[in-house]
Structures are given as C-alpha cells and as structure tokens.
Design a binder for this molecule. Structure first.
Ligand code: CA
Length: 335
C-alpha cells in the first residue's frame, strides 16, 4: 500500500512537472487590439482566449483607438521577445511600420480585421492577414433588404414605390465601411428596388451614441425615412434607440416599423431582432475569426507554414484568409 501511494506521488510529481514544462514552452504571443471598446472585436478577443489558452502564452494590449499607442505596444512586445504578433491595426494605413519592425526582429505577424494593403503584406514573407470579404457583408445586406421590403406594402410609407433610406457609415476611409455602403445599395438596386438616399451619408465611425444623436436630429427635422442601413450593429442600435424613443420599432404589434439592417450579429443586435425592433444583420463570425487566429499564429510562432494542418485557404492574394459572413434575421433566431 505504501509503495502504491509513493508510486502515485511520484507519478503526480512527474505529471505536474510535465504540465509546468509544457506551459513554459507555449509560444509567447503579443496580441494588439485596436480598441477593447468594440463589440465585435470583444467576441474575437474572447475566442482567442478560449481557443488559445491551452496552447499559447497570450498577452493582449488595448490600442485605445490610437496608432501611436499601438506602435509603442509593438515595440514593447518585440523587446520582450514574443514569438509572434497578432495585430488588429488602429489605422490599417500604418501597417507598413508594424511590418518593418516585425521584419527587423524576424518575428511573424498575423494581422486581422483591419486590412493592410496587399503590397504591405507581401513586403514580409512572415506577414499574413485574416479578414472577411468586405463586399460580402454589403451584398448580403442588399439581399436582406430585398427580402424585408418585399412588395413595399408595409414599409413604403409615402407609397411612391421608392425606398427613402439612410446610410450610417463607419470611418469614411475604412475599406470595409466603403464596401458595405456601396454593395448594400448596389445589390438592392440589382434586385429591382428603387433606392433614394434620404439624407447625405452619415459618418459615425461605428459609434452607437453618434448614430443615436444623428437619428434623433433627423427625426426632429421630420425627415421621411423608410429604411436604415448601418455599416455595423453598434450604429444600428443607436438608430433603433432613437426610433423607439419616437414610438417606432417598439416591438409592439401595432407599432410602425422602420426596418434597420446592420452588420456583425452582436448579442445586442440579436436581442433587438428577437424583440422585433431590428430587421436583420449580417453575421461576422467572431468566434470563427478567433479560432483561425489561434490556429494560424500557433503555426507561424512554431516555424510552420501559416495554414499547415488547417482547413483554411489563402484567397487570390496568397497572403489573406477570408472568414465567411452569413445573413441573420428573425428566421435565424427561430432556427
Ligand atoms: Ca417611399
């Protein structure tokens, strides 16, 4: 019996040393986030932690929406000797600076979400990008709008056969925002809808409070609005707050509904769709994005090819992986 107990103790010690030894060998990954205060990015962060905790030694930093701060964080990570960087650029146009620093240190860098130019990525053989196909989100919004609008009998308030719509845009120079703005409307037109912008494009930098105050101002002006398109759910939520305060989109049976379409499928948006306050969104799969980041950064941090042993494929650029979008409306909730 004593021998058995002694044996078990030794076994436990060996096992614990093995676990400790393994932990010490986990690749050190520096993760740079453009800002923590972004709903979609939070889902990606959670997924990175979820999938990466057992295989990576992860340290995350909040760039707080400031590129100079993020540049300093890159320097600190490289000085600490991380095995790879994961970078969600504050300003995608500043990516060459990050690439150059990583290249000097010979450290692989995995960009995600905010896309550096292809020539910037190609300037360093250890740089890759994980994103979405920016056009897809807009195209799916256009398809959802056609589905929601139908023959217009419910939503065409002035009965002119034309959709008087508003567009809430993210940053004016952000490629994702530009693509969503363009393709949502072009797809809706392609599907036979007559689209008329009821106000100039409202640039709200993805921000909920900005969208809410802008929408309140338009309601106060008495603008004829029959549909609202937002580049993200954060802004859609702000628009809906203003509409609800005005007695629309309350989720009550007899309330007037102005369909609002967003992108991201955040928890808040799904709740609004469930309550009948929001028409639809396009799911940007933060969980799948986080998993792809972990799989790919684990490869590059251990000297393997980025997609080694994974199901991912590069797009035509040869340096970017695209995580697909999916349309999301009340039918998705009911599934
Ligand atoms: Ca109309």
């Amino acid at each position: 019996m004593k021998k058995l107990i002694f044996g078990l103790i030794v076994l436990a010690m060996v096992l614990s040393m093995t676990v400790v030894g393994f932990a010490a060998d986990k690749p050190k990954i520096g993760v740079l986030i453009y800002k923590y205060d972004d709903t979609y990015i939070s889902t990606v962060r959670n997924a990175i932690d979820k999938y990466g905790a057992d295989v990576l030694d992860i340290t995350m930093q909040d760039g707080k929406g400031d590129q100079a701060t993020q540049n300093d964080q890159v320097d600190v990570f490289l000085a600490k000797g991380v095995d790879a960087l994961v970078v969600n650029m504050v300003d995608a146009a500043a990516a060459q600076g990050v690439v150059d620093k990583a290249k000097d240190a010979d450290i692989p860098v995995v960009f995600f979400n905010r896309e550096p130019a292809a020539d910037v990525l190609k300037s360093y053989e250890k740089a890759v990008f994980i994103g979405t196909n920016a056009a897809d989100a807009g195209i799916m919004q256009g398809e959802l709008i056609a589905k929601i609008w139908g023959d217009g009998s419910v939503y065409d308030l002035n009965k002119d056969g034309v959709i008087q719509y508003l567009m809430f845009q993210g940053e004016p120079d952000n490629p994702e925002a530009i693509a969503r703005t363009e393709y949502s409307v072009s797809k809706a037109k392609e599907l036979g809808l007559d689209m008329e912008l009821a106000n100039e494009i409202i640039v709200c930098n993805w921000d909920t409070a900005c969208a809410q105050s802008s929408m309140e101002a338009l309601i106060n002006k008495g603008a004829n609005v029959e549909l609202v398109i937002a580049n993200n759910d954060g802004m859609a939520e702000g628009v809906i707050n203003a509409l609800v305060a005005d007695g629309n989109n309350t989720g009550e049976e007899d309330a007037q509904v102005i369909p609002v379409v967003g992108v991201d499928a955040t928890d808040a948006a799904i709740e609004l769709i469930t309550k009948g306050k929001m028409a639809a969104t396009v799911k940007q799969d933060g969980d799948a994005m986080g998993k792809a980041i972990v799989d790919i950064v684990l490869n590059v941090a251990t000297g393997k090819a980025p997609l080694d042993g994974t199901e991912y494929e590069f797009d035509d650029s040869g340096v970017a992986v695209r995580i697909p979008y999916a349309p999301f409306d009340i039918e998705s909730v009911e599934k």
